[in-house]
Design a protein around this ligand. Structure first.
Ligand code: FSO
Ligand code: SF4
Length: 522
């Protein structure tokens, strides 16, 4: 196998043995390569034609399936491969590709390293975009440009004659279209569930039966809330589901009680001894330990051999039965975040922040707010990720910290006080809510009559998987410079591509909080 798509890639290079660091086995990795080969074939089959709705759906599902920590299940991947083949046969059964042999690693992994780097940025970025497009699609939202990029992007990967100058514009286009995709998902979520409002979320688990729901899919949460109404079962969010508490239509359910646990990489410890089932609606699923594997359920494209999968009928009865059988805690159980806080806050999307834009602008003009930081992205297991906790703790009191995605669990239970009546630390939501951060940055730049790069704003990002890749491409496509990126740089960025990013965008790897803060605030 060869896989280097996430930050955990073995030795910061690639996972090449019998299994990846994430627990993905060699046979699953090779099947994911087969699936990717078929998806490239489907894209080529549609060259010059507009893809059908069913082809787009299977494309989105196929790309999302290969995102890190989503599917570990050979059977499920084989079914998706069959569905892609059927779509391809329906439009052009005679497509020939130079992508390597089924059952072997994609040819892409062994081409010239700069071409491999750019094609990987396209492919991995598209996997991230597909995840967001998927969540929008379940709510009935789609966009022609978003649908088209999966096909044009994969066709660029299929080209054996493409050089750096052909591929770089495609990389940027993936970033551009991802902005449209995140905008579409923002609209889908807010049209359906209302505009997020600032909300304090308790970390205490109340006594009695409960269900923990993880991942990014708000529609799954909504359906679970409906099915558990008046059943004496409480619902707790986990990981990237936390921002759901801020949406008025979800918040209205009295049994949506609080948040359980911290970021994804702590699940094997946190789910041990949990007297409740856990439902995964998206990544990040880790291989479950025997001590709790009978309590983990998957749905959508998430799959793991031997776990009960909730199908498209969305009948959560097995999860509900399990919650009643396990019964929850006998007494309320006080829990805390990583730094000992008993609550966390969320709900500072663009709707809320822009509604107080006047206050924020006045505070900047009066000198009360000296700098904005966006400290966000994905969490992970590397010890170096303490950087982000320390960075936030060391920011001066006259600065504001915006955050998003699961990286925030390193510091979201800290009380950093207020500034001009607003909390200093504001959680904008999930990783896809990077859209909110962009909206706020653009609005501030307009108010001050400058460009985003001239604002007293610095992005300090942590990456783990492919959604972070597409968000990074969006920021670059918008021309945003001086980003700090960690905990390590992606293995799929070759030295020449890195030089390009440094020269054109001044991307820096994170160093130490003290050093970086000194540089930023000088
Ligand atoms: Fe985290 Fe996992 Fe949202 Fe990712 S839970 S790492 S970037 O899936 O998607 O932030
Ligand atoms: Fe390795 Fe990450 Fe690929 Fe898993 S997803 S095999 S950890 S590079």
């Amino acid at each position: 196998m060869f896989c280097f798509q996430c930050e955990q890639a073995a030795g910061c290079k690639a996972c090449t043995g019998k299994a990846g660091v994430c627990g993905k086995t060699e046979d699953v990795a090779l099947l994911q390569d087969d699936l990717t080969r078929e998806l490239i074939g489907l894209a080529v089959a549609y060259d010059g034609k507009t893809p059908s709705k069913s082809a787009v759906k299977v494309m989105i599902e196929g790309l999302f399936t290969t995102v890190t920590n989503v599917s570990f299940d050979a059977d499920a991947i084989n079914k998706t491969i069959d569905a892609v083949k059927a779509e391809k046969a329906a439009v052009n059964p005679s497509v020939r590709l130079d992508c390597g042999t089924p059952g072997e690693p994609l040819k892409l992994w062994s081409v010239d390293e700069d071409i491999r780097s750019l094609k990987s940025l396209i492919l991995l970025g598209l996997r991230g975009v597909a995840a967001y497009a998927y969540h929008a699609l379940v709510l009935g939202y789609a966009n022609d440009d978003v649908d088209a990029i999966f096909f044009t992007g994969l066709r660029a990967i299929a080209r054996t004659d493409a050089g750096m100058n052909d591929l770089l514009p495609v990389v940027m286009e993936v970033g551009n279209v991802n902005l449209k995709c995140m905008e579409m998902l923002d609209k889908a979520n807010t049209d359906t569930y209302g505009t997020p409002v600032p909300t304090t979320v308790p970390l205490t688990i109340e006594k009695g039966p409960f269900i923990v729901i993880s991942g990014h899919d708000l529609y799954d949460l909504y359906q679970l809330l409906e099915q558990t109404k008046d059943k004496g079962i409480n619902i707790y969010t986990h990981g990237e589901m936390l921002p759901a508490h801020a949406y008025p239509k979800l918040k209205a359910y009295p049994h949506l009680k609080g948040n359980f646990g911290t970021a994804w990489q702590n699940q094997q410890k946190e789910f041990d001894n949990l007297p409740a089932p856990v439902l995964f609606t998206t990544n990040c699923l880790m291989p479950p330990k025997d001590s709790y594997r009978d309590r983990v359920y998957t749905t959508e494209v998430v799959a793991y051999p031997g776990l009960v999968h909730i199908g498209d009928d969305k009948d959560f009865t097995p999860v509900i039965k399990k919650a009643l059988e396990l019964g929850g805690y006998k007494e309320d159980k006080a829990m805390t975040g990583i730094n000992g806080g008993a609550t966390v806050m969320t709900g500072f999307g663009h709707g809320t922040v822009l509604s107080v834009a006047g206050t924020v602008i006045d505070a900047v003009k009066a000198g009360a707010i000296k700098h904005f930081f966006l400290v966000g992205g994905c969490d992970g297991a590397k010890p170096g990720r303490n950087y982000y906790t320390e960075f936030v703790q060391k920011t001066p009191e006259d600065t504001v910290i915006l955050t998003l995605a699961c990286g925030k669990y390193r510091f979201n239970d800290l009380d950093l006080g207020t500034i001009g009546g607003l909390p200093r630390l504001m959680d904008m939501g999930q990783c896809n809510d990077a859209y909110s951060a962009i909206r706020v940055a653009v609005a501030l730049a307009e108010a001050f009559g400058c460009g985003v790069n001239d604002l007293p704003l610095t992005l300090v990002l942590s990456w783990y998987e492919q959604k972070a890749v597409c968000i990074l491409l969006t920021l670059l496509a918008l021309g945003i410079k001086n980003i700090y990126l960690g905990p390590t740089l992606p293995a799929f960025v070759s030295p020449n591509v890195l030089n390009f990013l440094v020269e054109n965008f001044n991307i820096s790897p994170v160093s130490t909080p003290d050093e970086d803060l000194k540089k930023i605030l000088k």
